[in-house]
Design a protein around this ligand. Structure first.
Ligand SMILES: Cc1cc2nc3c(=O)[nH]c(=O)nc-3n(C[C@H](O)[C@H](O)[C@H](O)COP(=O)(O)O)c2cc1C
Length: 169
C-alpha cells in the first residue's frame, strides 16, 4: 500500500477479533513510531506494550474511553520522559507524531487501531500512572488499541476547501 493510500483509508477501529498480533508486527509498529519527527530530535517518547489479556481487560475497566481494550489483543501506551530537556514543550507534538505513525503503519499492515486520549484528561493520566506504577518522570500521552478489525469502515471524506486559504487570510 502506498503511504498516501494508508492515510486516506485509516479509520478508528473500536471492534477487534481475538486474533493475536505477532512480535514482528509490534516491532514494525514501534519502528514506525520512532521514525516520527521530534522537536530538536529529542525522542523523549517511551512505549509500553500490553498484550496480557487480563491487563488489557483491567485497562478497559479502568478507563472510560477504553471499552474496546476488552477485545483488543494489543495496546501501546505512548509516554514521554519529562526529564528530557524541553519535553514539556514538545511532548504532545512528538508523541502525537509517533502515534499517527503507528495508526498509519497499522492501516498499511491490515490492522485496525484507535487513539485513546489520555494527555488531555488529568483523571486518566493519574489512573494510567497509578495502574502501571509509572516512574515520576514518565507521563502517559495516549493509548493505541490495536488488532485485527471486526468492523468494516470505509474511507472518510473530509477535505473541506473552506478550511484552506492561499497566500493571505
Ligand atoms: C487527540 C485524540 C483523542 C482521541 N481520543 C479518543 C478516545 O478517547 N476514544 C475513542 O474512541 N477515540 C478517540 N479518538 C479517535 C477519534 O474519535 C477519531 O479519530 C475521530 O472521530 C475521527 O474518526 P476516524 O479516526 O475514524 O477518521 C481520539 C483521537 C485523537 C486525535
Amino acid at each position: 500500500m502506498e503511504t498516501i493510500e494508508a492515510i486516506y483509508k485509516r479509520r478508528s477501529i473500536r471492534k477487534f477479533t481475538d486474533k493475536p498480533m505477532t512480535a514482528q508486527q509490534i516491532e514494525t509498529l514501534l519502528k514506525a513510531a520512532m521514525m516520527a519527527p521530534t522537536g530538536r530530535n529529542m525522542q523523549e517518547w517511551e512505549f509500553l506494550v500490553i498484550q496480557d489479556r487480563q491487563t488489557l481487560s483491567k485497562m478497559a475497566e479502568l478507563l472510560p474511553n477504553g471499552p474496546m481494550l476488552k477485545e483488543a489483543p494489543c495496546a501501546i501506551v505512548i509516554c514521554a520522559d519529562m526529564d528530557i530537556e524541553m519535553a514539556a514543550a514538545f511532548y504532545a507534538g512528538d508523541c502525537g507524531a509517533a502515534a499517527q505513525n503507528i495508526l498509519l503503519a497499522a492501516t498499511d499492515m491490515g490492522l485496525g487501531s484507535v487513539w485513546l486520549g489520555v494527555q488531555n484528561n488529568a483523571e486518566r493520566i493519574e489512573k494510567v500512572k497509578k495502574f502501571f506504577n509509572l516512574p515520576k518522570n514518565i507521563e502517559p500521552f495516549n493509548i493505541i488499541a490495536l488488532g485485527y478489525s471486526a468492523e468494516e469502515k470505509g474511507a472518510a471524506e473530509r477535505y473541506n476547501a473552506k478550511k484552506v486559504r492561499f497566500e493571505k487570510w
